[in-house]
Design a protein around this ligand. Structure first.
Ligand code: HEM
Length: 218
């Protein structure tokens, strides 16, 4: 049977970068960590806000109990990934911000990024601290696989103080959640503004280099 060679792509044809390929990007490790943590944080905020009310009612109480375990497991995973990401960020200089950004915008971007690190580490730490100090002494089984120990110096405080300490961390965890939600909205809003208003393709810095177009002499 004859092959129609006109439809077979020319494998030797050179590939040239799409316009976005001239933009400096984060390295692949930073990009993977960014998106993994982003998805996990959205799940954490949604599950946290849902379960605290659902546990009080009867309709979804059993599911809410499971969600608590799941929330604690994913939250501790975020803690480990975020600590690694922080070390990675300190060891690897990020790409420069677009030239068109005003000094105030640059400052705001830096402050938001560092607040995010504070939240990514602070939110899981306050959650773990609350659970560790709790007089209920509920275990955390990481995705059903192994038991995560409580933080010893909180677990070992005297019984009389536990309730107050737990309440303090509960409040700070709740505040962290609200701060995280605000940061997330600010961050997504800024990314969309850069993409569609300033059109400086800032978002491509955090996307893997997968866009390639063929030259066909046009
Ligand atoms: C990125 C990580 C995390 C985020 C963004 C997050 C977020 C939240 C949010 C938004 C709530 C609802 C707070 C409220 O409005 O009352 C919540 C509740 C809760 N979180 Fe997390 N969380 C994280 C990690 C953790 C970890 C690591 C643990 C424990 C190991 C944990 C344990 C809990 C518990 C027990 C509650 C329920 C508190 C209550 O019953 O009032 N969280 N979380």
């Amino acid at each position: 049977m004859m092959t129609d060679t006109a439809t077979v792509p020319d494998q030797t044809e050179p590939l040239t970068p799409a316009p976005c390929q001239g933009i400096p990007r984060y390295n692949l490790v930073a990009i993977i960590l960014h998106w993994l943590i982003a998805v996990a944080i959205i799940l954490q905020l949604a599950s946290g806000l849902w379960m605290v009310d659902a546990i009080k009612g009867s309709a979804y109480q059993a599911l809410a109990y499971d969600t608590y375990q799941w929330h604690k497991s994913l939250g501790l995973t975020v803690l480990v990934l975020s600590l690694f990401r922080l070390l990675w960020r300190l060891a690897h200089k990020p790409p420069a911000l677009p030239d068109g950004m005003k000094p105030l915008e640059r400052r705001a971007a830096h402050i938001t990024h560092w607040l995010f690190y504070g939240f990514m580490i602070g939110a899981p730490l306050t959650g773990w601290a609350m659970v560790s100090a709790s007089p209920w002494d509920l275990p955390t089984i990481w995705f059903g696989v192994f038991e995560v120990p409580h933080i010893p110096w909180l677990y070992n405080i005297d019984e009389a103080s536990k309730e107050g300490v737990e309440a303090g961390f509960k409040l700070s965890h709740e505040i962290m959640g609200k701060l995280g939600l605000a940061l997330l909205l600010l961050h997504v809003g800024a990314a969309l503004k850069h993409q569609f208003v300033a059109k400086d393709h800032l978002m491509w810095r955090m996307l893997p280099r997968f866009q390639r177009t063929k030259t066909n002499g046009e």
